[in-house]
Design a protein around this ligand. Structure first.
Ligand code: ITT
Ligand code: NA
Length: 206
């Protein structure tokens, strides 16, 4: 079978492919439907944006569609960048731009403190998933979060986005140093996915 995920983020696509492969599902993403217009993400919550993406793409394709809206909430920044995580360093910002801006902003806050330690602030990744079925207008949602620290010492070549800056004390590693399996077992996205599949059980789509 095929599962369409309303995302243009290659890192998310890789994680969804990894998660759904054991179920024999092939993931299609917006890279497979370049003709579809971008969804305007002007919601104030992750859940609101996830629903906008799943509904717009599901209605355009006439198929059930999964969407993911996620981001990083940093305590020293009062929860920013939050729903603005993708465009934190501006419209069209790359992961690298966003990571540089995050370290710059946090190091600025710490000026004069010079504690000599790399952990700058507690933070959490949040993921909202929305599965929308256009034939019934039914929506299934799930959210997951994972706690960690923003480190001034980026590490790891795995994952995507803010992963190299997200330090997990239990692993003594950043999220970018985990394998796909390890990341899935603890991440905001992995937790949300497990919750969503539990909620989906016994509720066949359209
Ligand atoms: P789509 O909307 O097309 O899915 P996007 O990248 O714009 O792609 P979001 O609007 O949900 O997705 O923005 C998510 C932001 O949070 C983006 O900057 C990601 O890099 C970051 N992010 C989300 N999940 C992450 C993860 O597992 N690891 C690292 N960064 C993550
Ligand atoms: Na978003």
């Amino acid at each position: 079978g095929i599962l369409v995920v309303a995302t243009k983020n290659a890192g998310k696509v890789r994680e969804f492919q990894h998660a759904f492969a054991p179920f024999g599902l092939t993931v299609k993403s917006m890279f497979d439907y370049p003709e579809l217009p971008d969804v305007v993400e002007d919601g104030t919550t992750f859940a609101e944006n996830a629903l906008k993406k799943s509904r717009q793409i599901a209605e355009a394709l006439g198929l059930p569609v999964l969407a993911d809206d996620s981001g990083l909430c940093v305590d020293a920044l009062d929860g920013r960048p939050g729903v603005y995580s993708a465009r934190y360093a501006g419209e069209g910002a790359t992961d690298k731009d966003n990571n540089l801006k995050l370290l710059d902003e946090l190091e600025r806050l710490k000026q004069g403190e010079d504690t000599g330690q790399p952990l700058l602030s507690t933070a959490r990744f949040v993921c909202a998933l929305s599965l929308y079925d256009p034939s019934t207008a039914a929506e299934l949602t799930a959210e997951g979060a994972v706690e960690g620290w923003i480190t001034s010492e980026p590490a790891g070549g795995g994952g995507f986005g803010y992963d190299p800056l997200f330090y997990l004390p239990d692993f003594e590693k950043t999220m970018a140093e985990l394998t796909l399996d390890e990341k899935q077992s603890i991440s905001h996205r992995g937790k949300a996915l497990r919750l969503l599949t539990e909620r989906l059980a016994g509720r066949p789509l359209g």
